[in-house]
Design a protein around this ligand. Structure first.
Ligand code: ADP
Ligand code: MG
Length: 633
């Protein structure tokens, strides 16, 4: 039989390689930016159009290329960065594979202008789908400019696979931020469709982070600094009270390269142990320097993962240094995140002027008569439960502590708690009682007798036995249906805010919010005119309090990490789900009897009471026979 194996022509091989290197416009952005950094540029401009789908251009003032190099750089495995295998262990550059430009040129229209400092003239090359269209001398400034147009023009399947401009733009933004954060000493500018997204002058780490994230970042940062033999750690972590709902602002850089590491992330989280609200994520910007021979960056084609020689030691050092910083900057004592600010200032107490503490001496007090002691304690306890705090008695009397007064102290405490919970913003709107699930008698009973157990379930007897409702899921269902109804019927009412809220977001997040605005407006949000780095909200849905707004939006941005659904129906659905998730009463919240009632009634007024918006059961029932069986054992 004749031989059938052939070497693939270069342009085919390049197209195949491109599949690995170039997934989307953001990949081109990453490769071109990294090449500019490797060329020692001090000024780099990124210009994109249509989220990079029609144009990605990177202009640098770096070392440029000679005429020969300008041609060679498009060949596969053509690199100036390594010469032999050993060089892989002392890498100081971002690139080393020599395949990025060859890959990009295989699947796009590409134009390059480059000139070295000492030359009079530079080189201008046009290459389309791996074919050189022209090469000529040209008058160009020092440095290199690459323009990549019509990405995937010759692979329609890949082009169709690209997501919406918003999503692709976010990926580009991510890559830009990673490179810009890693190299604060380089001046970066970034334009999208003609408007300036960033202009970041050369600066230090802190200023660069603030420049990229948003105006309010500075006050949130705590510096981290640790220098040991195997690693140098620098950078910033965010104070725990500013932790976010999503992981968007977590950055590790190893030797100036952005990397992802679940293991090191875990080390950071361990340093925050006990300081974060459930599920919240601290922002961090950590710059690690390690000897290049102790890492292997060659294990992942897009090179965001990395292998360390001594991971365990790095873990321990990272954890300890962050813990130290959090402690040193006095953020560790901020423990009580769950506390609602309203609870700290009871309304009846808010406008009362502080009393000057006085010392009252009870002249008639005789420690040896029981009667007196009791009276005295009764007075002390009533003083403390009213919160005036002015009663201060001689330390001597405190030695005798009759149980009766202990109890009265406790009673005071109990009512206090109940009051504060009553005044908490948690209310149910839906009072309607309609039920297809139970006959009237059942409902009657269900409404009358509910018990909360473990601050998690609402239990109630029904005719056939009992029902156990998961409070969080039930409330999610109720809110979800409310939001969805309001959105589809466009009937949401909104409460006007006295002082509009200013909320700051990164430009990636701003782009998302911009796209979501119409849908959010149907839930009752009222937005003022758009700004570049923040939104101004002057009205909010009636079932949200002002303090919940940023949480709701943050959760929503987190839920939309993978892109905004295309149809408006599923967009509404996602928003309703996300808002229901953030606003629903959580497991662990105490509910008054009235609130329990409302929850039960609200749930069974829903179209779909059986499942939460996330497809989990909202309640279970136990029949008397089932209970009987348990006792029969
Ligand atoms: P790698 O970066 O892995 O070496 P690339 O395909 O990205 O491979 O680039 C090939 C070569 O082209 C680089 O090694 C470098 O010599 C040259 N090059 C690419 N971009 C630039 C630039 N912006 N300025 C100067 N030289 C560049
Ligand atoms: Mg490269």
């Amino acid at each position: 039989m004749s031989s059938i194996i052939q070497l693939l022509p270069d342009h085919v091989a390049n197209q195949i390689a491109a599949g690995e290197v170039v997934q989307r416009p953001a990949s081109v952005v990453k490769e071109l930016l990294e090449n500019a950094v490797d060329a020692k540029a001090t000024d780099i401009k990124l210009i994109i159009k249509d989220a990079g789908k029609s144009l990605v251009q990177v202009i640098d003032n770096g070392q440029g290329m000679s005429v020969t190099d300008a041609r060679l750089c498009f060949e596969r495995h053509a690199t100036s960065k390594i010469r032999q295998a050993e060089d892989l262990f002392s890498l100081h550059t971002k690139g080393f594979r020599g395949e990025a430009l060859a890959s990009i040129a295989a699947i796009a229209h590409m134009e390059m202008k480059t000139k070295q400092d000492q030359e009079e003239l530079g080189t201008h090359i046009i290459i389309e789908g791996s074919k050189f269209v022209s090469q000529e001398m040209a008058v160009v400034p020092k440095g290199t400019s690459f323009a990549v147009k019509n990405l995937f023009f010759n692979i329609p399947a890949r082009r169709n696979f690209l997501k919406s401009d918003t999503v692709e733009f976010r990926h580009v933004m991510d890559e830009f931020q990673r490179v810009a954060l890693a190299h604060p000493n380089i001046h970066f500018t970034f334009y999208h469709n003609g408007s300036e997204m960033y202009n970041l002058p050369a600066a230090g780490y802190r200023q660069r982070i603030v420049g990229i994230m948003s105006g309010k970042t500075n006050e949130k940062l705590v510096p981290v600094n640790e220098d040991t033999e195997i690693i140098n750690v620098q950078g910033f972590v965010c104070k725990p009270e500013f932790a976010k709902k999503n992981r968007g602002e977590q950055f590790f850089f190893v030797n100036d390269r952005f990397i992802k590491s679940g293991y090191l992330h875990h080390a950071v989280m361990a340093a925050y142990d006990g300081l974060l609200k459930d599920g919240s994520q601290p922002s961090y910007f950590l710059y690690l320097q390690v000897p290049p021979n102790t890492i292997d960056i060659n294990i992942h084609p897009t090179k965001t993962e990395i292998k360390f020689d001594d991971e365990q030691a790095l873990y321990a050092i990272l954890r300890a240094s962050i813990k130290h910083s959090l402690g040193q900057f006095n953020v560790a004592p901020v423990l009580d995140f769950d506390r609602d600010a309203n609870l700290d200032t009871p309304y009846h107490y808010k406008d009362v002027e502080a009393e000057t503490p006085t010392i009252q001496v009870d002249g008639t007090f005789n420690p040896f008569t029981d009667d007196k002691t009791n009276q005295h304690y009764a007075k002390a306890s009533s003083g403390s439960s009213s919160g005036s705090g002015s009663g201060s008695y001689s330390g001597y009397s405190k030695r005798v502590e009759p149980t009766a007064t202990w109890e009265s102290l406790y009673v005071g405490l109990e009512t206090d708690t109940a009051e504060s919970i009553e005044s908490s913003p948690f209310t149910f709107e839906n009072e309607e009682v309609t039920s297809s699930l139970f006959n009237d008698e059942d409902v009657e009973q269900a409404v009358q007798k509910t018990y909360q157990i473990h601050k998690k379930y609402i239990v109630s007897p029904i005719k056939s036995g009992m029902i156990i409702i998961d409070q969080q899921r039930a409330h999610q269902r109720i809110l979800y249906e409310q939001f969805l109804l309001n959105m589809t019927m466009n009937q949401a009412s909104s409460q006007q805010l006295l002082f509009p809220l200013d909320l700051f977001y990164s430009s990636g997040e701003m782009a998302l919010i911009e796209e979501l605005k119409p849908s959010l407006a149907t839930t009752g949000f009222v937005f003022e005119d758009a700004q570049t780095d923040h939104i101004v909200i002057s009205g909010i849905p009636v079932n949200i309090t002002e303090s919940e707004v940023s949480l709701v939006i943050e959760q929503l941005l987190g839920d939309l990490q993978d892109g905004i659904p295309a149809s408006s129906y599923s967009q509404n659905d996602t928003i309703a789900k996300s808002m229901a998730k953030s606003l629903a009463v959580k497991t662990g919240s105490y509910l008054t009897e009235k609130e329990q009632d409302n929850l039960v009634n609200g749930l069974f007024a829903c179209k779909d009471p059986n499942i939460s918006p996330f497809q989990k059961p909202t309640f279970i029932t136990m029949r008397v026979e089932d209970i009987d069986k348990k006792f029969a054992l």
